[in-house]
Design a protein around this ligand. Structure first.
Ligand SMILES: N[C@@H](CCC(=O)N[C@@H](CS)C(=O)NCC(=O)O)C(=O)O
Length: 203
């Protein structure tokens, strides 16, 4: 399996972290995905041109981090990142989608501030920053009831929080969110989290 990736992307980190959790390092080749070059192998795998994307056996091309993690989970007996059924499954998926939304808001802010000078909209930047704050506040409420499970939803949340620390230290997501800080502290030293941290992970 070939996983198209790039450093810092929180969506890529989610997939790579899952590879570690599931013990699939020998089965997944992590390669650079160049989303600026439409003739690159990334686009042959996924014409959407976003990372992560994964070329799996039997010509199956997977082009979204949720799908990639679900696929990887099905290839491993080492752990279960996506609960098989019932409310646990839907809670995990709902939490993953919410955390992905937090990542999206961060990526949207970065896209806006990287536009050419004179075309950057501070309103648009602020809109996505406000969205991120609203999602962080929702997670602060929910984190009070989180246990020790480390499923797709929690993996996505960890990746989103570390991405915000890395890109938007000024936002201080930790401020006024003690439940989230306590939850984050429980998982930040996990081997898979340390091996994939945005400050150090490279291809
Ligand atoms: N919903 C997608 C989002 C992936 C995404 O937004 N990736 C960004 C990098 S963080 C990307 O490829 N951007 C390049 C582009 O949009 O051209 C997922 O979960 O995989």
């Amino acid at each position: 399996m070939k996983l198209f990736s790039a450093p810092v992307s929180p969506f890529v980190r989610k997939a790579v972290l899952a590879v570690h959790e599931l013990g699939l390092n020998d089965k997944v080749e992590i390669v650079k995905g160049d989303y600026n070059d439409e003739s690159s192998d990334l686009f042959k795998c996924s014409p959407i041109g976003k990372i992560p994307a994964m070329a799996a056996p039997d010509g199956i091309n997977l082009c979204d981090s949720q799908l990639i993690v679900a696929y990887l989970d099905a290839q491993s007996d080492q752990a279960e990142l996506l609960p098989a059924s019932g409310s646990a499954r839907w809670e995990a998926l709902a939490s993953e989608a919410l955390a992905d939304g937090l990542m999206d808001a961060g990526v949207d802010v970065m896209r806006e501030v990287r536009r050419p000078e004179g075309t950057i909209s501070s309103e648009i930047e602020q809109k996505f920053r406000d969205r991120a704050v609203a999602v962080l506040d929702r997670f602060e409420q929910e984190a009070a009831s989180y246990g020790d499970e480390f499923h797709v939803g929690r993996i996505s949340l960890l990746c989103a929080l570390d991405y915000f620390s890395f890109r938007f230290a000024d936002m201080e997501w930790q401020k006024g969110r003690p439940n989230l800080v306590a939850w984050h502290a429980k998982f930040t030293d996990r081997a898979s989290a340390k091996a994939t941290h945005p400050a150090t992970w490279t291809l």
